[in-house]
Design a protein around this ligand. Structure first.
Ligand SMILES: [Zn+2]
Length: 241
């Protein structure tokens, strides 16, 4: 009797874990669907040695300025997913990034981890208006907080004219965890391939390691022949292929 009981229990546990895994993977329409429609971008397939470096959660008074200095040094263009309330604090950095040829993008106004669709729409609008007020440029890219999205969020953003931008699954540097400069460098340079979108953070905490890692990553990838472009340039490249 006892053996049978354990067997039934194991089957129940097995079935519920299968259900749980499938549910969490298929709770949205999935990457394949969104890449087909072009509504969401993770990275692109190309043999051309171009990549897009992206920064979330800035601008930050110190780190964004240092990142901009480094990008200028290596003639690299990047995309900044800006938090609206940070843009209000440091408009001069937003303007500088724009004037130096980087792409400004929307990462909500207050960086809420959970939000309703109506609130998300407000945050997107508020951030875009802030960036537009500073630069005259109206961002058309949106990255969800923590990369967490639902179909409804994507629909809301797409309806407002945005493209949703994630990052290459193998290019999450996790720099926000401060894993050490060497680890950030290794994580990027060992796996970079054409068409990648790399995720860094220039705000949201101490980003000294990110800046130090960039000092090594930029020249190394440049040496490997890579060119650093904005997300819109990457998308355009894909569309013109
Ligand atoms: Zn963020």
């Amino acid at each position: 009797m006892k053996g049978k009981y354990i067997l039934v229990l194991s089957i129940i546990i097995l079935l519920s874990s299968i259900f749980y895994v499938s549910f969490s993977v298929f709770a949205d329409k999935g990457r394949f669907h969104y890449e087909e429609t072009g509504e969401v971008v993770w990275d692109i397939k190309t043999e051309e040695k171009i990549i897009a470096i992206t920064f979330d959660d800035g601008p930050h008074r110190k780190y964004t300025a240092e990142v901009l200095d480094l990008l200028a040094k290596y003639d690299a263009k990047a995309t900044f997913f800006i938090i609206g309330e940070n843009a209000e604090k440091y408009p001069e950095l937003v303007l500088r990034a724009h004037e130096e040829g980087h792409e400004l993008a929307n990462h909500t106004y207050t960086h809420p981890v959970k939000t309703t669709i109506a609130h998300l729409e407000d945050e997107l609008k508020q951030t875009n208006e802030t960036i537009y007020g500073i630069t005259g440029f109206y961002p058309k890219l949106f990255r969800p907080v923590g990369g967490q999205y639902t179909d409804d969020m994507i629909k809301a953003a797409v309806d407002k004219g945005y493209k949703v931008v994630m990052w290459s699954w193998h290019q999450d540097t996790e720099d926000w965890k401060n894993p050490g400069v060497k680890n950030i460098v290794k994580k990027v340079v060992n796996v970079t391939k054409p068409g990648d979108v790399i995720l860094f953070h220039d705000g949201g905490g101490n980003r000294k390691q990110t800046v130090k890692a960039l000092e090594e990553i930029l020249p190394e990838l440049q040496k490997q022949g890579y060119k650093f472009v904005t997300i819109s340039e990457l998308i355009e490249y894909k569309n013109n292929k």
